[in-house]
Design a protein around this ligand. Structure first.
Ligand SMILES: *Cc1c(COP(=O)(O)O)cnc(C)c1O
Length: 356
């Protein structure tokens, strides 16, 4: 049976990326050796990382003055690395609380320096994106998460702020065009929309660096990684290769404008069914609904297990909500074909009919 993988992360990758990376583990591009047994400083790997960085720059239209890095430690390590590099010793950073990932960023950030929450949607269970709040321009920077993977909310408009904006884009990077010049720093763990777990993409505006008055160990210092062109130490070679293959796939399909069309079509199809179906309801404010992670719940939660079983019979897998919130969550990342969403919508319709 064909499986429809709605996993939130690590998540579905294009089949061609799986096939080509499997091949590269056996032998990379007819060089007689596996990708896993060559030096990260070999011509072959240097070409891989350079092409990856170039593709990130061209797909996102990264302006002059920004550096693209492939690091390790996941998005979670950035919760500490960002303040180490951008928060001055006596300064304060702001953050907009939109769920677990910003709470973790506050907690870890407070090990480094001062943080204030400038707005939060915790009052309604993080089901919306705060709007119209004021931000003190004396803050060193403002941290937001552009897509909230667990709750299913997304910033569809990024307001202009009078200070550097740091964005955790782990779960919606490359899902739509963005204006990189609005951001001082963007980071994303690879395993949601880019490649295998192990690599973390960072895009940073260079003139923000070197101003904190704090000493930072090399591995946690963006400047060291910039100087080393992401080869300061041994990078996660396999994960980076899968990112390269996904970036090539994105480019061949027409880039981020095409991705946005597809993601819009997929998410609209599913939200339409959620709003129509009498057994389920959407969890989040309509205007803040995520295109990447669609959350919904049964009116009668006693039926949760029977809906899960109903999905499993149809090859619909990994669709249960995050363990902290329950319900259901369909992650519609770039690589998920619209056919899988059609199968899900049909399943929801049949489930409703079978309960009439
Ligand atoms: C998954 C996720 C993270 C954590 O990523 P790791 O790479 O596991 O550290 C952080 N932020 C967001 C928005 C996420 O979706």
């Amino acid at each position: 049976m064909k499986l429809h993988n709605f996993c939130a992360g690590p998540s579905i990758l294009p089949q061609t990326v799986i096939d080509q990376s499997a091949k590269a583990i056996i032998e990379l591009d007819h060089i007689g050796l596996s990708l896993l047994e060559i030096s990260h400083r070999s011509n072959e790997f240097v070409a891989i990382i350079e092409e990856s960085i170039d593709l990130v720059k061209s797909l996102l239209n990264v302006p002059e003055g920004y550096e693209v890095l492939f690091l390790q430690g996941g998005a979670s390590m950035q919760f500490a690395m960002v303040p180490m590099n951008l928060l001055s010793v006596n300064g304060t950073a702001g953050i907009v609380g939109t769920g677990v990932w910003t709470s973790k960023a506050i907690k870890d950030g407070q090990c480094i320096g001062k943080f204030v929450e400038v707005a939060s949607s915790e009052d309604k269970g993080f089901t919306y994106i705060p709007k119209g709040f004021k931000v003190d321009s004396h803050l060193d920077y403002l941290h937001i998460a552009t897509n909230n993977t667990i709750y299913g909310t997304e910033w569809h408009q990024i307001p202009s702020f009078d200070l550097p904006l740091v964005a955790d884009m782990s779960s919606n990077i490359f899902s739509r065009p963005i204006d990189v010049s609005k951001f001082g720093l963007i980071f994303a763990g690879a395993q949601k929309n880019l490649g295998a777990a192990g690599a973390t993409l960072v895009i940073v505006k260079k003139d923000l660096l070197g101003k904190t008055g704090r000493k930072v160990p090399n591995m946690l210092d963006y400047t060291a990684h910039i100087k080393g062109q992401s080869l300061y130490n041994t990078p996660p070679v396999f994960a980076i290769y899968t990112c390269l293959l996904t970036l090539r796939w994105l480019k061949n399909l027409g880039g981020l404008a095409e991705m946005e069309n597809r993601n819009q079509a997929k998410s609209e199809l599913l939200y339409k069914e959620i709003d129509r179906n009498s057994l389920i309801y959407g969890v989040t404010e309509k205007e803040d609904r995520s295109r990447m992670n669609v959350t919904f719940r049964l009116q009668d939660e006693a039926m949760n297990e029977s809906l899960s079983a109903f999905f499993a019979q149809r090859g619909i897998v990994n669709i249960e909500g995050h363990r902290s919130v329950g319900g259901f969550r369909a992650s519609l990342y770039n690589a998920l074909p619209i056919e899988s969403v059609e199968v899900l919508v049909e399943a929801l319709q049949s489930f409703e009919q079978s309960h009439q």
